[in-house]
Ligand binder design. Sequence first.
Ligand code: APR
Ligand code: ZN
Length: 248
Amino acid sequence: MPVDPIEALSDLVRQATNIVVLTGAGISTESGIPDFRSPGGLWSKYRIIDYREFIASEEARHEDWKRRFEMADQIGEVGPNIGHEVLAAWVAEGRCSKIITQNVDGLHQAAGVGDDHVIEIHGTARHAECVDCGLRHEIADCRTMFEATGAAPRCTVCDGIIKSAVVMFGQMMPEDKVALAVEAAHRADLFVAIGSSLVVHPAATLPLHAKRAGAKLAIVNREATELDPFADLLVHDEIGRVLGRFTQ
Ligand code: APR
Ligand code: ZN
């Protein structure tokens, strides 16, 4: 009798003493935010603007900001879904010590997970920063400037370039956060990768760090991922359906 993979996941969660979770865009699609590499995902609609181009070109900055505001209008108000809520419960129950996320939508925090339990290794889209002086700028103010001038927003203090606080391709990763994520992966006895194609590094090395340190690895994802061959358990299914079983 083939074991139901969700049952098997539930057994692993029950036996674990320190779960670390890595989430990707797939956990937010059921909140209405498109992912990147599914058919129709963001990289099928938009070309990638990397950090070098963003800094070098006013036209690239204008395009980056324009698509951010367009997407915000298309997506509208989003909230956490059952997947975020179940993970927040795992943290609240002390089962899960860290949620390492590649997502920039803040939905884990919106589901009630404290900042000390979330590691946003790709930064956040919830605010912006001046590239030159580091001053924080709110997205709403950036939009006001963008709509008033028709140009990419500039720092109100030093007139420097303002960029969303997301880590762009070609931009240095936040070393402190990556180090925290690697340390968390080493301490886990169960590492669960949820809603990620696991193709972007260094995030995609974290499950292997955990495995090497002796953790069991479970992958929950609609499609096969690059790391499926290393998993102790594969759950190829919809995240809402899988994690929804933990509320019953
Ligand atoms: N249930 C289960 N799996 C899902 C669901 C769902 N509801 N929705 C999407 N998925 C799966 C897709 O099959 C896909 O394999 O989630 C995965 C999302 O993969 P990507 O779109 O590649 O997103 P992610 O892995 O988070 O990308 C990593 O790439 O572009 C950069 O910085 C960006 O953080 C992002 C990084
Ligand atoms: Zn500045």
